[in-house]
Design a protein around this ligand. Structure first.
Ligand SMILES: Cc1ncc(COP(=O)(O)O)c(C=O)c1O
Length: 346
């Protein structure tokens, strides 16, 4: 609340310190209290603001970056947006190598935020010189003083959450948090937050959320990279077809897998029940809560914190488009009512 009366020097002062909001309806049939850490309140509307700011400031402290230098990353998603935002304020050039699969909307958004975007062919292997990984690496090697964020393999991604998200949740719950439920993409959010929380109380249970079609859950259970686990899925920012170096598997107790379809409906349900317009992976995290709740995971005095990583506005042509839902076959007879909640007056 205090923050509301303050005047800020620039948008970067608003990164972090996101609210923890009690869920009152969607979890009502489960025992315990449930709280969402609503990362859309960051100025770039996602948790990735935290890692962009932290990694860039660490590079400044080490003397690697000075104004006018270039920051490079390979994403058209939230991280790209956050890096572009931090670059504007701090006076860096931002170069993003993205896949040609990225939507024109996303590329326009990054360009609007001042980024230079290299659109690389999607259907080439990762080691092809035209792939966005290779293009980013080449640009990094060519540009003296540039920093390659490389979020999937950067320990600072974990550290960013260890120093911010973890302490915030501990303080906001006055040390009473019993469970942390978070999606795992790079793994930075869950790993850094869990590490901090478990240092305060080793009994806190940490549950990761993974997608069907991703190798992460099986790797956690067996330490085996099983290619057979890999197949296409729709949720972006969750799960992976490789083992990210930014995931600390030892601080995560278990993983739960969720489907594209149930996560999409649950994202819509969060909006309808709690009035929070959040992204697809927030739906996935909430879907995991439902599955765990059905299994009797939660007890009377539990305080469960769920990370909602970003804002719903980024998904208007996906989860929040009835046409998209229909095209995926996600509107069956049970859910058709949601699609019909509109009338055209002629
Ligand atoms: C929308 C969204 N949700 C969740 C995640 C997962 O966060 P992390 O990469 O820290 O595991 C990401 C990032 O990859 C994301 O973009």
């Amino acid at each position: 609340m205090e923050q509301r009366n303050q005047v800020f020097e620039n948008v970067l002062d608003l990164v972090g310190n996101t609210p923890l909001v009690k869920l009152n309806r969607i979890t009502s049939k489960f025992k315990g209290d449930f709280y969402a850490k609503v990362e859309a309140f960051n100025p770039g509307h996602s948790s990735k603001d935290r890692i962009a700011l932290y990694i860039i400031e660490q590079a400044e402290k080490k003397g690697i970056l000075s104004p006018g230098d270039t920051i490079i990353e390979t994403t058209s998603g939230n991280t790209g947006f956050s890096i572009a935002m931090v670059s504007i304020i701090k006076g860096y050039d931002c170069v993003l190598a993205v896949s040609s699969k990225s939507s024109p909307d996303k590329i326009d958004m990054l360009k609007t935020m001042g980024a230079k975007v290299y659109v690389c062919p999607a259907h080439v292997s990762a080691d092809d010189p035209r792939s966005y990984y290779e293009v980013a690496k080449r640009l990094h090697n060519e540009m003296k003083g540039s920093v390659y964020i490389n979020q999937y393999f950067n320990q600072l991604n974990i550290d960013a959450h260890y120093h911010s998200t973890g302490p915030e949740i501990w303080n906001q719950t006055e040390g009473k948090v019993t469970h942390l439920v978070a999606c795992s993409g790079t793994g930075g959010t869950i790993s850094g937050t869990a590490k901090y929380l478990k240092e305060q109380n080793p009994n806190i249970k940490v549950i990761g959320v993974d997608a069907f079609g991703s190798v992460i859950k099986k790797y956690h259970e067996t330490r085996e990279f099983d290619e057979k686990e890999i197949y296409p899925y729709r949720i972006e920012g969750l799960g992976k077809n490789l083992i990210p170096g930014a995931t600390d598997f030892d601080v995560i107790d278990e993983f739960v897998k969720v489907t594209d379809e149930e996560s999409a409906h649950t994202a819509r349900e969060i909006a309808r029940t709690e009035g929070m317009f959040v992204g697809y992976t927030s739906g996935a995290a909430m879907q995991a809560i439902k599955q765990l709740g059905e299994e009797g995971e939660f007890k009377e005095n539990d305080k469960v914190v769920i990370i909602f990583p970003d804002h719903g506005a980024r998904y208007m042509s996906k989860v929040y488009s009835d046409k998209w839902m229909n095209d995926q076959g996600f509107f069956d007879s049970v859910n058709a009512a949601a699609a019909e909640n509109i009338q055209y007056i002629k």
